[in-house]
Design a protein around this ligand. Structure first.
Ligand code: IPE
Ligand code: IPE
Ligand code: MG
Length: 232
């Protein structure tokens, strides 16, 4: 279907709430359906040979939602990872988190830390969850670390390069995304991977995330122009 698979696919998993509403269900039921769908998207990514899959699961702006919804979204990774960790180990899947985990509830932060530590040496697909992630916050966080490296004498001012900055972002040593997919019909970036998306293709789908099948992922990735892999 496509000639070369992108290394890194990033998805803004949007439309869970509207999916619930359309079915006369709650927004939380939409989030639950979105989490189920994430399992298919991970499976499809492995089949497609994608090396890194970044999933935008909670933005730094999402704290402003009603507290019931925020609480639900903080509980969801606890349930999801408790269920999935043995399978992730069996399938050699490495889990990473991009974002500021410090303000998360203890149980959420602990589960995320445990999953990251347990899967650290797995060598298969990297599934990177952007959780309490914001692109501006990511850049500030990296800039502070970079300034500290100069201040402490670890590097000189001339060594404040794009490459060094990039390594200090939450995405660290991961390659930049080849393609950023947003489901749910909105055509915005919503503070996702601002630095990292400088050269990414943007792909928008009207489908709500809980309906975003592996086939739709393959279609999105298949639209990638082959040329974009040849140069890099
Ligand atoms: C995306 O779905 C998931 C999160 C932001 C956690 P939304 O909850 O934004 O769903 P819509 O956009 O309101 O339909
Ligand atoms: C982006 O969706 C964040 C996630 C999918 C986690 P939002 O629904 O929060 O973004 P806006 O509010 O439409 O910009
Ligand atoms: Mg939304």
């Amino acid at each position: 279907m496509y000639q070369r698979t992108p290394n890194h696919v990033a998805i803004i998993m949007d439309g869970n709430g509207r999916w619930g509403k359309k079915r006369r269900l709650s927004r939380s039921e939409g989030h639950y359906a979105g989490a189920k769908r994430m399992e298919d998207v991970i499976d499809a990514s492995i089949e497609l040979g994608i090396k890194v899959l970044t999933l935008y699961a909670f933005s730094s702006e999402n704290w402003s939602r009603p507290s019931d919804e925020v609480n639900y979204l903080m509980d969801l990774p606890v349930k999801f990872f408790k269920k999935k960790l043995p399978e992730f180990m069996r399938r050699n899947i490495q889990i990473r988190i991009s974002g500021n985990t410090a303000p998360l509830p203890d149980k959420t932060r602990e589960v995320l830390a445990r999953v990251v530590a347990s899967t650290e040496n797995n060598t298969g697909i990297v599934v990177n969850f952007a959780f309490n992630y914001g692109g501006r916050g990511d850049i500030i966080h990296a800039a502070k670390a970079l300034i500290e490296e100069v201040r402490s004498g670890k590097i000189s001012k001339d060594e404040m390069t794009e490459e060094r900055m990039e390594q200090l972002l939450y995405t660290g040593d991961l390659p930049s995304p080849d393609i950023i997919i947003r489901t749910g019909g909105e055509k915005r970036i919503s503070n996702f991977l601002l630095w990292q998306s400088a050269e990414s293709e943007l792909y928008f789908s009207d489908v709500y995330f809980p309906d975003f099948t592996g086939e739709l992922l393959a279609e999105a990735v298949g639209r990638q122009p082959v040329n974009s892999y040849l140069s890099g």
